[in-house]
Design a protein around this ligand. Structure first.
Ligand SMILES: *Cc1c(COP(=O)(O)O)cnc(C)c1O
Length: 428
């Protein structure tokens, strides 16, 4: 009996499924999750003394890898002065200014404690500003666990939403319309049908929560112009892509200016921080400047702000994103080559240091395409990879992440071990 499985048994008695976030339970790949003892740089170690090269990186939050010394120093220094005040502090202003420098569309922003909080508040604001109730989201996109977002479409057909989870009132779910990603014609149809009732489109500019899916060249331009034509707002959910796919996020690399943006993950440097922000004329509706209420006891606390700021400053070093991209290119090329050498159809792609692999020939344009992946093969591969010291996200439908702590040697080790692991996965 490993120490991890002992802990998992104890955990299951006091935590639903033994975890505090569902995917951590490894249900999609089987087996018992490992319990972490510590992380350092590109690697994460379990309580049984095993080391893994980590491609989860706390679901993208750790762009510098684990326990980066600059972030650690900033956190310790901040904590020595107390860790929450319930009153304003300078670090909030500094981080907000740093975010606006990197993403000028966030003229004004509000800090919250998670990505979920950020998207929830952004939609509240969009509804308040437009006086409309409907929102459009895309099938396979994840925007946190707030009621309005736990809705998916019937296969391929845009429908009025039905809740994805018990506990979400159908009356609320009906306010969420869905369309397949990369399908602007369906979005145009939705606008034709409901034009003056649609408050906003919310979209992951690059999908990272159904595996990794890139947008087609004109998709976001088309969303932008539909919103403009119909007086709806465009919300880019950059919780995952922000400071990840490019220094200025997806909005920079795609050249699209959203009305509102949500951030999380990297912006807190691994501490619980979310952000929603955008046009000043919209953000001035937020309390206390305006009537749209939103608040948070621990929001903008000095330790989380310090971690976020230290992380952003590290990513501003010359060549930071180029180096990350080169490392990711190497990984993605290696993955495509190893799949080909085993004769396994695979579709591998990336944007910056965010990447994905499906065991299907592709191309993958949307969630339906993504579901063609061979999930059983992935599950066996994941298990074999773990045994060989590589930690891939425990589901076919998650993106992977490379951090600046991943060396070329890490990448080469990974490709070698994943190659062997794929052989083992196919043998069984
Ligand atoms: C992770 C994620 C969220 C939710 O953020 P939490 O901090 O887990 O609440 C929302 N949107 C996207 C795109 C995400 O990747």
């Amino acid at each position: 009996m490993t120490r991890s499985s002992e802990l998992f048994d104890r955990a299951k008695r006091v935590l639903p499924g033994g975890v505090n976030s569902p995917v951590r339970a490894f249900r999609a790949v089987g087996g018992t999750p490992f319990f972490v003892s510590h992380g350092h740089g590109s690697s994460i170690a379990d309580v049984d003394g095993r080391d893994y090269v980590d491609y989860v990186c706390s679901w993208g939050a750790l762009i510098l890898g684990h326990a980066h010394p600059a972030v650690l120093a900033a956190v310790v220094q901040a904590a020595e002065r107390g860790w929450t005040y319930g009153a304003p502090c300078e670090a909030e202003v500094e981080l907000a200014e740093a975010v606006r420098r990197r993403m000028p569309s966030l003229e004004v922003m509000r800090f919250v404690n998670s990505g979920t909080e950020a998207t929830m508040a952004a939609v509240r604001l969009a509804r308040a500003a437009t006086g409309r109730e409907l929102i459009i989201k895309f099938e396979g996109c994840y925007h946190g666990h707030a009621d309005s977002f736990l809705v998916k479409a019937g296969s391929g057909v845009a429908t009025l939403g039905l809740p994805d989870s018990p506990g979400v009132p159908p009356e609320l779910a009906r306010l969420t319309l869905t369309a397949p990603f990369n399908d602007d014609r369906t979005v145009a149809d939705l606008f034709r049908k409901h034009a003056d009732r649609i408050a906003a489109i919310i979209v992951e500019p690059y999908v990272g929560n159904a595996g990794f899916i890139a947008p087609e060249p004109d998709f976001h331009r088309s969303l932008r112009s539909l919103c403009d034509r119909h007086g709806a707002l465009l919300i880019f959910d950059e919780v995952m892509t922000g400071f990840r796919v490019a220094a200025g996020g997806a909005q920079e690399s795609l050249g699209i200016k959203p009305d509102l943006t949500t951030l999380g993950k990297i912006v807190g440097g691994g501490f619980p921080v979310g952000v929603y922000g955008g046009r000043a004329d919209l953000m001035k509706r937020i309390a206390p400047e305006g009537p749209v209420y939103q608040a948070g006891t621990l929001s903008g606390n000095p330790v989380a702000m310090a971690a976020g700021l230290a992380t952003l400053l590290e990513t501003e070093r010359p060549g930071f994103y180029d180096a990350l991209e080169r490392r990711t290119d190497r990984l993605v090329a290696g993955l495509a080559a190893l799949a080909a050498s085993h004769g396994v159809p695979a579709s591998v792609s990336h944007a910056g240091s965010m990447w994905g692999l499906y065991f299907t020939a592709g191309p993958v344009h949307n969630y339906d395409d993504a579901r063609q992946t061979d999930a059983a093969l992935f599950a066996r591969w994941h298990k074999a990879a773990l045994a060989r010291g590589v930690f891939l996200a425990p589901s076919s439908f998650e993106a992977g992440f490379v951090s600046s702590a991943h060396s070329e040697a890490d990448i080469d080790f990974t490709i070698r071990e994943l190659d062997a692991a794929l052989g083992e996965a196919r043998g069984r």
